[in-house]
Design a protein. Sequence first.
Length: 156
Amino acid sequence: MEVRSASLTAIHSCNLACKAGCHDCCTDISVFPVEFDAILAALRNKKAVLPPPDPSAACAFLQNGLCAIYEHRPMICRTHGLPIAFTDHDDATKNVDFCPKNFTSVPPRQLKFDETNTLDLDDLNFKLYEINADHVEAQDMNPVRIPLRRLHEELK
């Protein structure tokens, strides 16, 4: 999954406005336990000390417009802004969406997306769901999503 988002970033780099300091899409989120545990383990391994959350920031990890856990950020954060393909459950068609700041120099009629240059969000979510199901079963834990901001409490 990480490799796919990195390759799509490379493919579309000239059309992506996402850069350090752009945090319009950042918000407090919850994640599956498997992602929470992986991020927590990585931060503990790194002996990371997180600055206290900025109460005015949209996400508990935004510090001066930058992500304090960028290297270990959740999958949704890694893929946001990239062209994602998803099934519209009303009419079963595949649609593509991306950050409105991206692809602005290309006329809409010239945008061509297919399976080679998009991320299949349905597939990604299904794989993440399966990985999480195996994780919570192996750990005998509650499968409920965890607010990411709880990392602050766990690292104290």
